[in-house]
Write a new protein. Structure first.
Ligand code: ZN
Length: 350
């Protein structure tokens, strides 16, 4: 028996690539830089001993905006997401229908699979996050209902293509779940988000849903968060209503992990696995494998062993220009997760 362990997705881009993307340095061969970044990332990932890897999202603009790349029916002034340290990230707004993705995640998956023999996991953005690009004052000739029909179809297609391409898992990033309770403490928006995403998940068979997962966290950008002050207790019961097999939950950086574990135990359903975050991605200190082991043992006291997995609290660099963590630190932390999970496994299964 073994405890499954999976990464979330993103790895910091190499500094030369970031300089070229942000315009700090001119590169005549951006595609060459991208190819090298993917290849280097896969090699480093393999060295960590990780049984499942990702492409590190080296060529995504961000975890949320990749489907919008290349679209011409967008304007800049969409919803702003404020982080605790004062910086913000802004979504674009749709200006005309119909809504189609400019880019699908399967592209990243296929490129990575060509370069590694290990199973590759693919992250996709949630339908609920992209639902925010429809303007509140509407679009003439393209109703919100028409937009939602297009959006659900596109999100389903994004996931289905990855399954057909042989993704080990397809993980929907749902970072706006916890944030929604900050914007609407009544929980109405959260419930609407869960409903939207279930409308996508319900298009898949029970078997396929076991290959699908959801990642939640309080945000992780420039070492800052957008909703860490929202209590997990208000969020988790709704979360486990999502019809997927795997939940990738930020936990290492929670001030009271046991309280959260008790809520997980209460709401986790029999066919669901909780991958708990044992690596704090916002903290530059590298966890030892013993620290990770102890975090797993702590979780195992509350969560049935056959429903327990480990992960990192979040991706290491969800936006392409984030330099708050080095690649070396990210891979060292991943290695600690793999080794610490093994140590816990030896204790729990001995
Ligand atoms: Zn995250």
């Amino acid at each position: 028996m073994s405890i499954p362990t999976e990464p979330i997705g993103s790895i910091p881009r190499p500094s030369g690539l970031i300089a070229a993307i942000t315009g700090q340095a001119y590169s005549a061969d951006l595609n060459g830089l991208y190819d090298k970044a993917i290849n280097d990332t896969l090699r480093e990932f393999e060295k960590t001993g990780s049984p499942v890897i990702t492409d590190g999202e080296q060529t995504k603009s961000s975890f949320a905006t990749y489907p919008l790349e290349g679209l011409t029916n967008l304007s800049a002034e969409g919803m702003k997401i404020e982080f605790a340290d004062g910086h913000s990230r802004q979504l674009p707004l749709l200006t005309a229908g119909p809504f189609k993705y400019g880019n699908y995640a399967v592209k990243y998956l296929a490129a990575a699979q060509k370069l590694t023999k290990l199973p590759v996991k693919q992250a996709v953005i949630s339908a609920s996050a992209l639902s925010l690009i429809y303007p509140s004052n509407g679009i003439p000739g393209y109703t919100q209902a028409e937009f939602m029909t297009d959006l659900l179809n596109e999100c389903e297609k994004d996931i289905r293509q990855c399954l057909q391409q042989g993704a080990y898992k397809v993980q929907m990033d749902f970072t706006e779940g916890r944030l929604s309770l900050k914007l609407d403490p009544s929980g109405g928006v959260l419930k609407a988000f869960v409903d939207i995403n279930n409308q996508v998940f319900n298009r898949f068979t029970t078997e396929e849903q076991q290959k699908l997962g959801v990642h939640v966290c309080p945000g992780g950008d420039h070492d800052s968060t957008h909703s860490a002050d929202i209590d997990y207790a208000d969020f988790l019961p709704q979360l486990f209503e999502l019809n997927v097999g795997s939940f990738y939950l930020q936990l290492a950086s929670e001030p009271d992990r046991v309280k959260v574990l008790k809520i997980i135990r209460q709401h986790l359903k029999p066919n669901q696995t909780a991958f708990i975050g044992v690596i704090d991605v916002l903290n530059p200190d590298i966890e030892t494998s013993e620290i990770v082991r102890d975090r797993v043992l702590e979780a195992a006291a509350y969560i049935p062993l056959n429903q327990l997995g480990t992960t990192d609290d979040c991706g290491f660099s969800p936006f392409c220009d984030d330099v708050s963590t080095t690649r070396e630190t990210a891979f060292a932390k991943i290695k600690a997760r793999i080794e610490g999970t093994k140590l816990a496994e030896e204790k729990l299964y001995s």
